[in-house]
Write a protein that binds this ligand. Structure first.
Ligand SMILES: Nc1ncnc2c1ncn2[C@@H]1O[C@H](COP(=O)(O)OP(=O)(O)OP(=O)(O)O)[C@@H](O)[C@H]1O
Length: 598
C-alpha cells in the first residue's frame, strides 16, 4: 500500500460505517442528515483528512464553514489533530470579512468601513428619529428584526409588504413603523461611516456579484466546501455559498432538521431537507448511531420527535429519565440544586453538570440557590468563562447547542415557558419542540426534567409542558418524583396544599409558602420576624448577595408564623429544600429557639 493509501486508511479507523460513507464520498454534492450525538463533527473533519490524504482535495483550498466562532475553533482544533491544519475553518462572517477586507480597497479604492461594535446606539438614534420608544427591550427586539430583514433579503422599502406575510411582530409596532426604523438605521450607519455585522455578507455578495474577476480569484482560492449545521443557513448565507461555489459541485453539507432552532432569526431548514432536489446527482447520507446518550435518554428524545428522529443507542442502559413537579419556582430551583449536589457526591465533577432553561431570566432564582449552597457555577452566555473552571454550567437551550454533559437538569418544563408563551403558530410551536429535543440530547447519562406548579411571586397556576406527554413520559411512566401516581397526573395536578387556618386549598405561591390564605388570621410573631430579618441581613452581607437570595420575605413570614422546631418541620415550608436546610437549618432553628426562650 502507498503511503497516501495507508494514511487515508488510518483516518477511517475510528469511524463507524455510516461515518465512513460520509468521509469517503467525493465526486458529487453530498448532504448528510445527522441526528444529535451521531458524531457529525467527527465525520466531516475525517472527511477532510481522508480527502487530503487520498489526494481528492487540497487542504489549503478547502473552506469548512460553521456558525459560531467557538464551533470554528473546535473544527480547527480537530483538523490540526488529524494532520490538516491548513484547512480554513471559519464562520460565514469571518470568511466573508477576510475576503472583503482584502478586495474592497483594491476594487473601490477606499478601505472597507469598520464594522460597528454593537448596533444598539445606532438603533436608538434611528428610533428617536421615527419617533418611537427607545426602551432596552424594544431596542433588543428591533436589533433582532433588523438582522432578520437583512439575512432574509428583505430591504427596508419592502419590509411593510413582506414582514406581515412572514408573521413578523415587533413589540407592538406596526410594520410601517418598523420599516421607518430600518430606513433611518441605514441612514445613521451611513452618516457614522460604519457597517454592521450582517452587512459583512451583503458587502461580500455585492462584491462577488458585481466583480467577476474577484469571484474568480475567490473561487480559485477555495475549491472544496464543507458546511456544518446546514439547517441554520439563512437566505443570505446560501447566496454567499452559491457565489463561492460558482458552477462547481464540490460541497458537503451536514445538519439535523430536528435541531433547527433559529428559524425566528431567518434560518431556513428547508435548504437542508431539499438539498438533494436542488442539487441533481447529490448523494444523501444519514447518521443515526448515537454515541452520546443512554437508551433511556434516546427513547424520550425519539418519542418527542416521532418517526423523523430514529436515533440508535450504542451505550449501555442508564438511569431512568426523571420528571419532577415542584410547588413553585423557588422550590423547583432548590430541588434542582439538591440534585446537582447529589450528582457531585456521586462522583461527577461540577463541570460535568448543567442546568438548561428556555429564557435567561430563569437563571436568577437558580443562581440564588446555587450561591446559597456554595455550588460553583458559570453562566454560559457570560457564560468571561474560563473553560477550565470546575463549575456547573447554566445555559439557555439555544446556547447549549452542540455541547454535552454527563448529567443535565432542564427546568421550567411547563406550558408558557416551553413552549414559550409567544409561540402562537404551529410553526413556532414545532420549533419549541425541537428546542426541547436539543436540550434532551445534551445529556449523556442523567436527565432530570422539572416544572413548577406556580410562578414566582404567586403568579398563576401552570400546567406541565404538553411536550412531556408527546415524549411519552406519561404513557411509559418513566418515573416521577412528587407527581401524583395516577395515569391522569398530567391533566389533574396534585391535590393542592391546605390552609392551616381554614383547611381550604391554597393555590397562590405566596400563600402556599405561608401555609394559609392572606385573609385568614395569622399567628405571626412580629418580634421573631424582626429577628429573622436581622439574621438574613447578616447572611446576605457575609455572602455579598441580595437578601432575597438567602430567603424571600414570604419564607421569613412563614417561619415566623409556623416556628419550625427541627429540620423535618423546616422542610415542610415551601421554598426550603434540602440544600437550604443543610445550609441554614441549624442556625434558623437556633434563632427560633432562642426567641422562644427570651
Ligand atoms: N465512531 C464513534 N465512536 C465512538 N464515539 C463517537 C464516535 N463518533 C462520535 N462519537 C462521540 O459521540 C459524541 C457526539 O459526537 P459529536 O459531538 O461530534 O456529535 P454531533 O453529531 O456533532 O452532536 P450534536 O449535533 O448533538 O451536537 C462525542 O462524545 C463523540 O466523541
Amino acid at each position: 500500500m502507498s503511503t497516501e493509501a495507508t494514511l487515508a486508511a488510518r483516518v477511517l479507523e475510528d469511524l463507524d460505517a455510516e461515518q465512513r460513507a460520509v468521509a469517503t464520498s467525493f465526486g458529487c454534492p453530498v448532504v448528510v442528515l445527522a441526528g444529535a450525538g451521531t458524531g457529525k463533527t467527527r465525520a466531516i473533519t475525517h472527511r477532510i483528512a481522508y480527502g487530503a490524504a487520498s489526494g481528492v482535495l487540497e487542504a489549503r483550498r478547502t473552506l469548512a464553514v460553521t456558525f459560531t466562532s467557538k464551533a470554528a475553533t473546535e473544527l480547527r482544533r480537530r483538523l490540526t489533530q488529524l494532520g490538516v491544519p491548513r484547512v480554513q475553518a471559519r464562520t460565514f462572517h469571518a470568511a466573508a470579512l477576510r475576503q472583503i477586507s482584502y478586495f474592497w480597497p483594491r476594487v473601490y479604492g477606499v478601505e472597507l468601513p469598520p464594522v460597528a461594535n454593537g448596533n444598539f446606539g445606532i438603533i436608538a438614534e434611528a428610533a428617536r428619529a421615527v419617533p418611537i420608544s427607545v426602551e432596552t427591550p424594544l431596542l433588543r427586539d428591533l436589533a433582532a428584526e433588523i438582522s432578520w430583514a437583512k439575512v432574509s433579503n428583505v430591504p427596508p422599502d419592502r419590509y411593510s409588504d413582506l414582514a406581515p406575510q412572514a408573521g413578523r411582530e415587533v413589540g407592538g409596532l406596526d410594520a410601517d413603523q418598523v420599516a421607518s426604523v430600518l430606513v433611518r438605521y441605514e441612514q445613521v450607519k451611513k452618516h457614522q461611516g460604519v457597517i454592521d455585522f450582517d452587512d459583512i455578507l451583503l458587502c461580500a455578495i455585492a462584491l462577488l456579484h458585481e466583480h467577476p474577476e474577484v469571484a474568480d480569484q475567490v473561487r480559485d482560492q477555495y475549491r472544496h466546501f464543507v458546511v456544518d449545521e446546514y439547517q441554520d443557513v439563512s437566505p443570505i448565507q446560501r447566496t454567499m455559498l452559491e457565489l463561492w461555489l460558482g458552477d462547481r459541485e464540490d460541497i458537503c453539507v451536514v445538519g439535523d432538521p430536528n435541531q433547527a432552532i433559529h428559524t425566528f432569526a431567518g434560518a431556513q431548514p428547508a435548504y437542508l431537507t431539499t438539498f438533494g432536489r436542488d442539487h441533481p446527482g447529490a448523494l444523501t447520507l444519514r447518521l443515526r448511531t448515537n454515541y452520546r446518550s443512554t437508551p433511556q435518554v434516546l427513547t424520550v428524545a425519539n418519542a418527542l420527535i416521532g418517526s423523523g428522529a430514529g436515533l440508535r443507542a450504542t451505550r449501555d442502559g442508564g438511569p431512568a429519565v426523571q420528571v419532577v413537579a415542584a410547588a413553585d419556582e423557588q422550590t423547583e430551583a432548590a430541588d434542582a440544586v439538591s440534585w446537582l449536589v447529589a450528582q457531585h457526591h456521586r462522583g461527577l465533577a461540577w463541570r460535568q453538570l448543567a442546568v438548561l432553561y428556555r429564557i435567561n431570566a430563569q437563571s436568577e432564582v437558580l443562581a440564588g440557590e446555587l450561591r446559597a449552597a456554595k455550588v460553583p457555577f458559570v453562566l454560559r452566555d457570560a457564560e468571561h468563562q474560563d473553560p477550565s473552571d470546575d463549575a456547573v454550567t447554566l445555559s439557555t437551550i439555544h446556547s447549549a447547542k452542540g455541547l454535552e454533559w454527563e448529567a443535565v437538569a432542564m427546568i421550567g418544563l411547563s406550558d408558557g415557558l416551553l413552549p414559550f408563551v409567544l409561540a402562537d403558530t404551529a410553526a413556532a410551536i414545532a420549533e419549541e419542540k425541537r428546542l426541547l429535543y436539543v436540550g434532551l440530547t445534551r445529556a449523556r447519562t442523567e436527565l432530570r426534567l422539572s416544572w413548577a406548579r406556580t410562578g414566582g411571586h404567586g403568579r398563576g397556576m401552570r400546567e406541565p409542558s404538553r411536550f412531556l406527554r408527546t415524549a411519552g413520559l406519561v404513557e411509559r411512566g418513566v418515573v416521577t418524583s412528587d407527581m401524583p401516581q395516577q395515569g391522569s397526573r398530567f391533566r389533574k395536578p396534585r391535590a393542592l396544599p391546605a390552609c392551616h387556618v381554614c383547611g381550604e386549598a391554597l393555590s397562590d405561591a405566596v400563600e402556599i409558602k405561608l401555609g394559609r390564605h392572606e385573609g385568614c388570621p395569622a399567628r405571626l410573631d412580629v418580634e421573631l420576624l424582626d429577628a429573622l430579618h436581622q439574621w438574613r441581613s447578616v447572611q446576605a452581607q457575609n455572602q455579598s448577595v441580595p437578601a432575597f437570595v438567602v430567603f424571600t420575605d414570604a419564607t421569613l413570614r412563614a417561619l415566623a408564623e409556623q416556628k419550625p422546631v427541627d429540620p423535618a418541620d423546616l422542610m415542610k415550608i415551601p421554598g426550603i429544600g434540602r440544600v437550604k436546610c443543610e445550609c441554614y437549618g441549624n442556625q434558623l432553628i437556633e434563632v427560633i429557639a432562642h426567641h422562644a426562650s427570651v
